[in-house]
Design a protein around this ligand. Structure first.
Ligand code: ADP
Ligand code: MG
Length: 458
């Protein structure tokens, strides 16, 4: 059929742009269901894949369609179970490399219910890889341990406990392990979760009486990665749950990776039995990298934007932004956005000017100021931002505001949702993720963000 041929061509193109693991996982079992001038419908095996395609791969799909001569205003994904009845959709299935479906998380015959939240739990961001992680002083040991784990999960260094200050590369590195494991074995059950999200899901599970689902899901992982575990402090019930999850996985020789901003002994009100579990394996601290490493990071990041930074600019940034890599990256992005908006080549004078003004930033921005600034930028009212309207004119500013609450104030997702009058914290996760992705792909979004920031910090 014409339709089949078109989709095979599109898949062929997609296959060469993605890693093999990702292609097999997300695209192998898709098909073209409908192709009319105004709409194209792609059949996918389950809601889990549907969400990933919508969230992460939609641009890739539309671009590849365009490349193959198809320009439709609307592309939709529809759950279409091929050899199964529709009710089978409430089991998470992932296509295996052989093409047969296999259950995603299946500890000893349990079926995992497919609530929305589950799709987020996988949580890996492809952007974080070993390839784009610069190894240098401060992170060599952590890097080596992570690589060794990626090659042989669950054998040595279990659990791995990485700790260090903010913005130092913990999340990057532990996500890279997950991505590498999946690339080597697409059927592996790799789960990355922030502690915030783990706690929130646990609370929801209790409320909706889904505790068994919750427990089964996490105990079904081959590799469980839990980020920022310091947020477990003082939460006794969830610590207990985590303790059991930990034991179940550890006994089954499944890999556990944990990160925190401080070593286990310094996390106040962490139960002793959990503390002792955390130090069973290997704990490594990550330090701020030295000047050379910071320079290398700047170079790699600017190459990612297809820009060659002059050496004096690299030197200047690496010397003056030495707190952590996140700040360094922030300064670089600010510089690149500023230059892009004005079609200038980055140079030392611009860098000095920008950094000088950003170092004079007021320390205490409020959430309200950010929301107001976003509203003004998009010329909508704050009332509408906080209200129920769902048209695009309002949704985009709202998503940008959520993103900025995260990037500028590091608020938790539940708090971000509350600031914008939303009940569901997954909306905040989704929005932050979406803008994060768009700002990398779309210069207009990048410019808007830079403009809003410029005004905020003016
Ligand atoms: P943490 O989790 O420790 O707070 P992140 O992993 O989020 O820090 O790192 C902050 C930013 O800095 C990320 O964008 C990450 O990609 C980048 N980064 C940190 N260390 C490195 C490194 N060694 N090489 C490349 N990028 C790095
Ligand atoms: Mg982190």
């Amino acid at each position: 059929m014409e339709q089949d041929r078109l989709w095979q061509a599109v898949l062929g193109d997609i296959e060469i742009t993605l890693s093999r693991g990702n292609y097999l996982t997300w695209f192998k079992n898709t098909q073209l269901l409908k192709h009319s001038p105004d709409k194209l419908v792609i059949g996918v095996p389950n809601v889990f894949i549907k969400q990933q395609l919508e969230r992460k791969y939609h641009d890739l799909v539309t671009e590849t369609l365009l490349k193959n001569g198809v320009n439709v205003p609307l592309v939709e994904y529809k759950i279409q179970s091929v050899a199964r009845k529709p009710e089978a959709d409430d089991i998470i299935t992932l296509p295996s490399p052989t093409g047969a479906s296999e259950q995603y998380a299946q500890p000893a015959g349990t079926k995992i219910s497919n609530s929305l939240a589950h799709a987020y739990r996988l949580g890996l961001n492809e952007r974080y890889t070993f390839e784009n992680f610069v190894v240098g002083s401060g992170n060599e040991l952590a890097y080596a341990a992570c690589q060794s784990i990626a090659a042989n999960p669950g054998t040595r260094y279990n659990p791995l406990f990485l700790y260090g200050g903010v913005g130092i590369g913990k999340t990057h590195l532990i996500q890279a392990v997950g991505n590498a494991v999946l690339a080597g074995k697409p059927s592996a059950r790799v789960v990355y979760v922030s502690t915030e999200q783990f706690v929130q899901e646990f609370v929801d599970a209790l409320r909706y009486k889904k505790n068994t689902d919750f427990a089964d899901f996490y105990r079904g992982a081959d590799v469980l990665i839990v980020d920022d575990v310091q947020f477990l402090a003082g939460k006794e019930k969830i610590q207990e749950e985590f303790f059991h999850t930990f034991n179940a996985l550890h006994q089954a020789n499944k890999q556990i990776i944990i990160s925190s901003d401080k070593p286990p002994r310094e996390i106040p009100t962490l139960e002793e039995r959990l503390r002792s579990r955390f130090v069973w394996g290997m704990s490594i601290d990550m330090q701020n990298p030295d000047f050379e490493t910071r320079c290398a990071i700047l170079q790699i990041k600017s190459e990612g934007h297809h820009i060659q930074l002059p050496n004096d600019v690299v030197d200047y940034l690496a010397t003056n932004v030495s707190t952590n890599i996140r700040e360094l990256e922030g300064a670089l992005n600010q510089l690149l956005a500023f230059c892009e908006m004005r079609a200038l080549e980055p140079n030392l004078a611009i860098a000095t000017g920008l950094l000088g003004s950003s170092q004079a930033r007021p320390k205490h921005l409020s959430a309200r100021q950010i929301i107001e600034r976003c509203a003004r930028h998009y010329q909508v009212s704050v009332e509408d931002m906080l209200g129920p309207k769902r048209d695009k004119d309002i949704v985009v500013p709202r998503q940008v505001a959520m993103y900025m609450l995260r990037s500028e104030l590091h608020l938790s997702f539940p708090k971000i949702a509350r600031e914008l009058g939303r009940k569901d914290h997954t909306t905040a996760i989704h929005s932050v993720d979406k803008i994060e992705r768009e700002q990398r792909l779309d210069a207009e979004v990048r410019n808007s963000l830079a403009e809003i920031k410029e005004r905020l910090y003016a």
